[in-house]
Design a protein around this ligand. Structure first.
Ligand SMILES: *[C@@H]1O[C@H](CO)[C@@H](O)[C@H](O)[C@H]1NC(C)=O
Ligand SMILES: *[C@@H]1O[C@H](CO)[C@@H](O)[C@H](O)[C@H]1NC(C)=O
Ligand SMILES: *[C@@H]1O[C@H](CO)[C@@H](O)[C@H](O)[C@H]1NC(C)=O
Length: 413
């Protein structure tokens, strides 16, 4: 196998499963035992992200639990200082929000001088890392258990109204300051949706959107179509509204069937799914494979597939007018109108020419919806050779993207 194909493969944990025939670790079970909720023997909690990937590099790190207003207990990390320990209490907070099927580990897989979380800390930021519900360290709820199907009854609408909202509130309360925000992939989607509803934007100073995703119509190619259709119809029959854990047998079988049915071999399918990343480090990919992919809900995958199908950004479609009326008081789900994002809100956007998920044409649609934005408050960067994962794990990302992002943050008053 060539290095290049290995790189491409590993980016999507999903297809890597099929192609390499490997099983990444099973997501760890919930830590409910340690909370005494299950009545089981009390087990020591497994080490969190701080212990696994931050303090080993010589940085201070704090673990927090943030309980959302609908009862999910999210794991949040804070890297309050540079490695040298340069202190001061007046640091600018920045919140990092990962994408779908991964968790906050993705920000710290490269060496400290290449990983965004560490680079920000070394540049004087107070760094906060979010981990959304269902991911390895956020599989907890005040009453529900991950084995309950109700635990997985949510989509990215809920990440907007509950997870993002609660984490932003928490960081704001802890620091007393408006934060900068960095989102990747679905982490951009939930921020745009939130800001378009005026939600939490008063607590955010500016936002950097890497591989922005709001429209997905051009995530065309074989996989876009086939996967989206499959998610809309078949997978819900197969595994119901439940956990979508890419490591489990039904999901692997589903993906294998998808590869066979689409008439596209899985290698091409993968390349068309994420794009060919130019600049990943093999050691980082190995680490990535050790820690990812992470679970999400099947309902969330269906909602993402609805964006592909509909070409517009709206709330979860319950599939028929009557159910939509029950939930929304209207036959069609309400749209998120991105033109409602305040025109003077500072936005930094970086997208890649080889990114098959955040397709150049879809980013064009996103930029159209922001065409009345104050030009002094919108910086758009295009990296010709970059695909989806290069924006967080690329060895050149510091030079090409992160330094510019930090300069942008510093320029906003
Ligand atoms: C899932 O949540 C929706 C509200 O978002 C609710 O109407 C529905 O009854 C829930 N479904 C189940 C199976 O609990
Ligand atoms: C790749 O990662 C390894 C392990 O962190 C590191 O030693 C090496 O310098 C990295 N290579 C590049 C090109 O950054
Ligand atoms: C979105 O909002 C803008 C103004 O904020 C309005 O002109 C436009 O008609 C809205 N679009 C839709 C589809 O409602």
């Amino acid at each position: 196998m060539t290095l290049h194909s290995l790189l491409s493969l590993a980016v999507s944990g999903l297809c890597a499963l099929i192609l390499l025939g490997t099983q990444p670790h099973q997501a760890l079970g919930s830590r409910q035992g340690s909370l005494g909720l299950t009545g089981d023997a009390v087990v020591a909690p497994p080490p969190g992200i701080c212990a696994i990937a931050v303090t080993i590099h010589g940085y201070q790190c704090q673990e927090f639990d943030v309980t959302t207003d609908d009862g999910y207990i999210l794991s949040v990390q804070r890297i309050p200082q540079s490695r040298a320990g340069a202190g001061g209490n007046n640091k600018q907070p920045v919140l990092l929000q990962h994408g779908v099927l991964v968790d906050g580990m993705t920000w710290i897989l490269n060496s400290p001088d290449q990983s965004l979380a560490f680079i920000l800390a070394d540049n004087g930021f107070d760094v906060w890392i979010s981990n959304i519900r269902g991911t390895r360290f956020s599989r907890r709820h005040v009453t529900l258990n991950p084995s309950d199907s109700e635990f997985w009854n949510w989509t990215w609408d809920d990440l907007v109204t509950h997870d993002l909202s609660s984490v932003i509130d928490f960081v704001f309360k802890q620091t007393g300051k408006k934060m900068d925000y960095v989102g990747h992939s679905m982490g951009t989607l939930i921020a745009l949706a939130s800001f378009s509803e005026g939600r939490q934007i008063d607590k955010v100073k500016s936002a950097a959107l890497l591989s922005p995703i709001a429209y997905l119509s051009h995530m065309t190619t074989a996989l876009g179509d086939v996967a989206a259709k499959a998610f809309l119809m078949e997978i819900t029959k197969l595994i119901g509204f439940a956990e979508f854990n890419p490591s489990t047998v039904p999901v692997v079988n589903f993906l294998k069937a998808l590869c066979a049915q689409s008439g596209v071999d899985c290698y091409d399918l993968l390349a068309s799914f994420t794009g060919k990343n130019c600049c990943l480090n093999v050691s980082t990919i190995e680490l990535f494979m050790k820690h990812e992919p992470q679970s999400t809900s099947t309902k969330n995958m269906v909602h993402l597939a609805q964006i592909v199908r509909d070409g517009i950004l709206s709330k979860y479609d319950y599939g028929n007018p009557i159910s939509n009326i029950v939930h929304y008081g209207q036959a069609r789900p309400p749209i998120y109108n991105l033109s409602n994002i305040p025109r003077n809100f500072p936005l930094f956007m970086s997208y890649g020419g080889r990114d098959a998920l955040s397709d150049v044409r879809d980013v064009g649609t996103l930029l159209d919806s922001l065409q009345l934005h104050d030009p002094n408050k919108l910086t758009v960067q295009y990296i010709k050779d970059y695909a989806h994962a290069d924006f967080i794990m690329g060895v050149t990302a510091k030079d090409l993207v992160f330094n510019q992002m930090i300069a942008f943050f510093r320029n906003q008053k």
